[in-house]
Design a protein. Structure first.
Lengths: 284, 352
């Protein structure tokens, strides 16, 4: 191999950074042009990102989500892959301008020292059900990330429509009603994936620890995210809290996930058994 | 034999003179026939629109003489005996060919870059072609003009953006709503601009139109014309629940819609996006409502500023378009032998 997985991912993050800088230029120009340069930057980044993922997953023969570094790698990969596919349609290519700052933040965070803990003897998530639990939850964060991108676009376009009317008209962004729809649907997708992932986690906990629920920071944190997401969906459909309020809610929720995911994971006994031993059912 | 142009347009002549010199479609073939029978032209096309009347001819006469005779012919056709100086212009090659290309591209139009003129030019050419008044020279020049117009449209931004208040209103609606096909439009106060904006929205698929006016008869007449429904002026707020786009142009001296009035109406509408277009002076809608969530308010100055900005962008593209036109005109003229007499390459008279 020419590059290690971290080197390949590092190159991807550099490309995300270039794309984020280019995105600022696009924003200043009001998205008047078909930003294929940004698309190519993110396409190149996705190749390196996928290479890093493959180097991790091939030896394991499964999705690599055994520590925080890999979790971040996976969330970022779901976002960039979705963008590369959606970007085939030139009218949606500008999504990259909003996705790249998010991908840069996720990438820089993933490369922070201490996140890529070795797991040679016993992976953090072993077994089919635990792998599925982790994969579904991380996919849900990917959906929340894309929902956050759509929400950020909504907020930008809504602000321009109210206060910078010329830029709103000349930009290539879709109508805000469609952005709101995309935000809501991605949020719902993320919620369903999170619900399925947490449900599998609850039953796996019963098998491994003999209980459905236990006092653990990560469980409390996941419940909080689930309730927050449900709250946003309910307020949208039952109380007509839509538009700007929904968009800010989604951005806030995903920001909370990004900022507290690492801490809650580190302080969790069931996700860090070496640091915080937890009694296992049937064992002393 | 060169291609010459003689005519008058909105640049040189007021509407009163333009309408005096206009030709009805039915009269064009006979006019072209007379022109050729009198030996004034070998080939001819007559373009007559509300903004211009132009004769494109191929003649074996020298330009100054040809222009004088063509002017006499035009005046005779319309029985006009007043002297014409600055109002009429005559162009010989290469300016005549460049002018034809400019007209085809909408660069000589009142609204820079508009496309309607291209259709009118095609129609004028087809009419002349059908009646065999064109030949190799004009056929090539007109075909090339249509191809240049297509090239300029795709390669430059000369036709980008809306340049009228009504078209800007439609563009804004398309930036807010996923689709216009299921939108209800309410027109409050039946003014001319609001009618145009409503028509533009209908042409883009708006579902239905409600018209409310102090004069019930005027509301009913406009509603019938637009295929909509009239609403009593006192009752317009009750129809608000189903309305997505409001175009207001009443002559009320005060706001007819303000924040306290709109807040409960928005709740009734489930906070769905609402586009308010206020083209009244004095304004009908309190600017404060723009601070409500999902309310987007535009007054006539906002719409005009967007239209002006688009026009400014089009003007910035003008130099590029003219360079393309000069190059294509030169290429067309270089591909055939020069005129048999000492062709004067300068405009014979008039402007341009």
């Amino acid at each position: 191999m020419l590059l290690s997985d971290r080197q390949a991912f590092g190159i991807a993050v550099v490309l995300y950074a270039l794309s984020a800088v280019y995105a600022i230029l696009l924003l200043r120009r009001g998205f008047r042009e078909d930003n294929w340069i940004n698309y190519l930057l993110l396409l190149g980044a996705s190749v390196f990102h996928t290479g890093a993922m493959l180097q991790r997953s091939l030896p394991l023969q499964r999705c690599p989500i055994n520590n925080l570094y890999e979790a971040m790698l996976f969330i970022g990969w779901t976002i960039v892959t979705s963008y590369v596919l959606v970007g085939f349609w030139s009218k949606l290519r500008f999504l990259g301008a909003f996705a790249s700052p998010l991908l840069l933040a996720i990438g820089v965070f993933a490369l922070m020292p201490g996140l890529d803990q070795p797991y040679d003897k016993e992976p953090n998530f072993s077994g089919d059900w635990l792998s599925l639990h982790a994969a579904l939850i991380l996919l849900s964060y990917g959906a929340f990330g894309l929902s956050c991108v759509a929400a950020a676009m909504y907020l930008t376009q809504e602000h321009d429509l109210k206060f910078n009317k010329m830029r709103a008209v000349i930009s290539l962004m879709p109508p805000i009603q469609r952005l709101e729809l995309a935000t809501g649907r991605l949020l719902l997708t993320g919620f369903l994936l999170l619900t399925a992932g947490l449900a599998i986690g609850v039953f796996t906990l019963k098998e491994t620890h003999g209980v459905y629920l236990m006092r653990d920071l990560k469980i409390f944190w996941s419940g909080l995210v689930w309730v927050g997401c449900l709250g946003l969906l309910v307020s949208r459909w039952w109380f007509a809290q839509r538009g700007r309020r929904l968009a800010w809610g989604v951005v806030g929720m995903f920001g909370f996930v990004l900022l507290t995911f690492w801490g809650s994971n580190l302080l969790s006994g069931i996700h860090n058994p070496d640091l915080h031993p937890v009694p296992v059912a049937g064992r002393p | 034999m060169p291609i010459l142009v003689l005519g008058l347009s909105h640049h040189t002549a007021p509407v009163a003179l333009r309408e005096r010199f206009a030709f009805a479609d039915a009269r064009v073939p006979a006019t072209l026939q007379a022109l050729r029978q009198q030996g004034l032209a070998e080939e001819a096309v007559l373009l007559s629109t509300c903004n211009r009347v132009e004769l494109y001819v191929v003649t074996n006469q020298e330009p100054p003489r040809a222009f004088a005779e063509l002017q006499g012919f035009l005046q005779q056709c319309h029985d006009y005996h007043e002297p014409l100086r600055e109002q009429l212009y005559g162009l010989s090659e290469p300016q005549s060919v460049e002018h034809l290309f400019k007209v085809a591209c909408g660069l000589d139009s009142m609204v820079l870059g508009e496309t309607e003129i291209l259709g009118q030019l095609k129609k004028a050419y087809d009419l002349a072609l059908q009646h065999r008044h064109t030949g190799g020279r004009l056929n090539r020049a007109f075909q090339r003009a249509f191809s240049v117009a297509k090239h300029v449209r795709t390669e430059t931004k000369i036709q980008r953006g809306a340049t009228s208040v009504a078209a800007v209103a439609v563009e804004l609606a398309e930036k807010i709503f996923n689709s216009l096909s299921d939108r209800q439009v309410m027109v409050i106060g039946a003014g001319d601009t609001s009618e145009k904006a409503a028509r533009a929205l209908l042409s883009r698929g708006a579902r239905s139109i409600l018209v409310s006016n102090r004069s019930a008869a005027r509301a009913e007449a406009l509603a019938e014309e637009l295929g909509g429904r009239a609403v009593r002026f006192e009752d317009w707020a009750t129809e608000f629940r189903q309305t997505d786009i409001v175009i207001s142009s009443t002559s009320a001296p005060h706001y007819i819609l303000d924040r306290p009035k709109l807040t409960p109406l928005m709740e009734q509408r489930g906070n769905a996006p609402l586009l308010l277009i206020d083209i009244a002076v004095p304004r009908d809608i309190d600017p404060e409502v723009n601070y409500l969530a999902n309310v987007f308010l535009y007054n006539v100055d906002d719409l005009q500023a967007i239209a002006d900005n688009y026009l400014h962008q089009r003007r910035e593209e003008l130099a590029r378009c003219e360079a393309i036109i000069r190059e294509r005109a030169r290429a067309l003229l270089a591909s055939r032998p020069p005129p048999t007499f000492g062709a004067d390459s300068q405009p014979a008279f008039g402007h341009e």
